[in-house]
Design a protein around this ligand. Structure first.
Ligand code: AHR
Length: 648
């Protein structure tokens, strides 16, 4: 629900009039100083906060291949009642294959049609059930000699008082075979208080592996993405996706890096791996899924390749030791871009995507300034030389930017782009919005590959307290918006930028970091105020930066033009607690329509969105009348505004 405060501000601000003595934004409409980077607004992603497993990746079964915990079938429980009995255990003696060596053994010693027994999965903080919805369940199973019954597959209330959807498979043999069943839910009230239940109606022993349950996915893609989250991402109109990290690329150790070759092909061949954020990743979200995700959003991949440094501090020595990792990166680029006549292009086609994906940027590592051995310069050079030799058109990004000490930066080669990361308080962003104005234009371009304002007195890596909401408030959105004006005004230099982290599961224990852009539980999702600020910017980019100046440092601005339509797009941030009249002086414009549009995000600094109140802070779009080459416009208190003026 829109706050009353916003409505009130709309009524007082929508009338334009000519005045003086207010701060002035002067725009030279005929003076385009540079092009806006066509890839300025994008997204950054990694497995953190259950971004994929329990998040965007729509799989509902947790620990589907029983590798989460070597000692116990985590997230699984035996199903039995007073008149039935079952035990469950991990079993290494019945591997599905070499990739999935552990299966779940279910021993039912007593059961009947009225009193079945078996096993249940609790999902990621519950199995979400929606009314009249089709779920695809599948699993591998085999039975011990003597069992010839069927298996009932159902989605049931946690207390087993209700069955929301059910189906059955029969014909189990002594060999592994995959079974599939479609479950249709009835007219239920949406809930996450449910389990997937697999039961037998007679005694027997059955083994399971790769137990899966998918709800309807984005575009109906198999092994696909959660629909509401995809919609929220598509609504941001991202031009690129930086993946797979972040720390997730590096892993805690070399062995637990994002080893892309282990993430492609059939799910039966993907064991998953420990992720540095404290849980195991299924790798259901593998390289091809990342690429499909880009394609679905109309975005281009910015591919980060593992460069021989892992978060725990280990590094691979440059030289021959590093060669296999360099080759892996070349193979990965071939998998992404190669025609089907190449080895890895053919592999991609075999995986279902013959068309190559577009690729312009490759990032070599992640935050390699943490490497105390000082080996990044040499490691970067080795990757850079190999990539440029085979793919001279690709631009190579160094992970050490100018925000890091000179001693950490790459010197042996000239990186095409530097990735700079800025996690700062909202106040710091507001103070530093001239940050890029004086950068050397002759040096490498800049990619702000991670940034976010925090709204607390402590930085994000200490911001895990369950007391804090997972997403930040309007104070942070004001800092974020000011920072975006800084990047957009300088987008001749800042070629790409992306907020991080993108996604957070809000259930207790699910998150490792705050703030994040989009929050969700099993059923619903919401965007933070910063999400809406980002959306307002990314949907009103323009393609030319206009010369402009503002004589009040308390306000933040960026002015661009859409050369096709002629529209002038003005972004303004007023972080002050009072409305701020602003004088606009638009010079060099041949014609200006008297009616424009204002999109405004305004709310009290501590206002926030949440699962229960998802659009408490949301943009409001109104028409602005009285637009002329000189006019006054009042910016609401604590606000982000995009003015769209129709000019020629
Ligand atoms: O965005 C969270 C983490 O912050 C990233 O994984 C890492 O690159 C940075 O330190």
């Amino acid at each position: 629900m829109m706050t009353k405060r916003i409505l009130f501000l709309f009524l007082v601000c929508a009338v334009a009039s000519v005045g003086a003595a207010n701060p002035t934004l002067t725009i030279e409409a005929g003076n385009s100083v540079a092009k806006v980077s066509p890839r300025l607004y994008g997204l950054m992603t990694e497995e953190i906060n259950h971004s994929y497993d329990g998040g965007l990746y729509a799989e509902l079964i947790r620990n589907r291949n029983f590798l989460d915990n070597p000692n116990t079938p985590a997230h699984w429980s035996a199903v039995q009642d007073k008149s039935s009995a079952a035990t469950i255990s991990l079993d290494l003696s019945q591997p599905l294959n070499t990739h999935l060596p552990v299966s779940l053994r279910v021993d039912v010693s007593k059961a009947s049609k009225r009193h079945p027994a078996g096993v249940a999965n609790e999902g990621y903080w519950g199995i979400p059930v929606l009314p009249k919805t089709t779920y695809q369940a599948s699993f591998y199973a085999k039975a011990a000699p003597g069992f010839s019954g069927s298996i009932k597959v159902s989605i049931e209330a946690d207390d087993r008082s209700k069955v929301y959807a059910e189906g059955e498979v029969s014909g189990l043999t002594h060999d592994w075979k995959q079974y599939e069943v479609t479950l249709e839910s009835s007219k239920v009230k949406p809930t996450t208080k449910a389990h997937l239940v697999l039961t037998l109606d007679r005694p027997g022993t059955v083994w399971f592996n790769l137990v899966s349950l998918f709800p309807p996915t984005w575009n109906g893609q198999p092994n696909g993405f959660r629909k509401d989250l995809m919609q929220m991402l598509v609504d941001l109109k991202p031009q690129f996706l930086r993946f797979p990290g972040g720390n997730y690329l590096e892993g805690d150790t070399v062995a637990t890096r994002f080893d892309w070759k282990q993430t492609i092909g059939p799910l039966e061949q993907r064991p998953g791996h420990p992720c540095p954020w404290g849980y195991r990743s299924t790798d259901g979200m593998g390289l091809l899924e990342f690429l499909t995700w880009c394609e679905d959003m109309g975005a281009e991949p910015v591919l980060a390749v593992y460069a021989g440094y892992s978060l725990g501090g280990a590094h691979v020595n440059p030289g021959p030791d590093l060669d296999p990792y360099v080759q892996d990166a070349l193979d990965e680029i071939e998998y992404v871009t190669g025609p089907v006549t190449t080895k890895w292009g053919a592999e991609r086609a075999k995986d279902g995507h013959p068309e190559p994906f577009p690729l312009h940027y490759v990032e070599i590592g992640n935050e390699d300034w943490f490497d105390k051995s000082g080996s990044y310069d040499q490691r970067f050079s080795q990757f850079f030389d190999a990539i440029k030799a085979k793919y001279p058109q690709l631009k190579c990004i160094s992970t050490v930017g100018t925000e890091q000490p000179e001693s950490k930066r790459v010197k042996s080669r000239q990186p095409d782009v530097l990735d700079e990361h800025y996690y700062r308080s909202a106040e710091t962003f507001l103070k530093d919005s001239a940050h890029f104005d004086n950068y050397d234009r002759k040096g490498p371009k800049i990619f702000v590959g991670e940034w976010a304002a925090y709204d607390t007195s402590f930085p994000p890596w200490n911001g895990r307290s369950a007391k804090e909401p997972p997403t930040a408030n309007m104070t942070a959105a004001l800092g974020d918006a000011a920072w975006m004006t800084a990047m957009e005004r300088n987008s001749d230099l800042v070629k790409m930028q992306c907020y991080a982290p993108l996604l957070v599961r809000v259930d207790p224990g699910a998150r490792q970091w705050r703030p994040d852009l989009i929050g969700y539980d099993g059923l619903t999702s919401y965007g933070s105020p910063s999400y809406y600020a980002f959306q307002m910017f990314s949907r009103n980019v323009g393609d030319e930066i206009l010369k402009a100046s503002l004589d009040d440092p308390a306000l933040h601005y960026s002015v661009t033009k859409d050369s096709k339509s002629g529209a002038i797009l003005i972004k303004l941030v007023n972080p002050q607690p009072a409305p701020q009249p602003l004088h606009l002086n638009i010079r060099g414009v041949a014609s200006l329509e008297s009616t424009g549009t204002a999109i405004t995000l305004a709310a009290a600094p501590d206002a926030n969105n949440s699962i229960d109140n998802p659009t408490h802070v949301a943009p409001v779009t109104v028409q602005v009348s009285g637009v002329q080459p000189e006019f006054d416009y009042t910016l609401p208190a604590d606000s982000v505004t995009v003015l769209q003026l129709n000019a020629q």
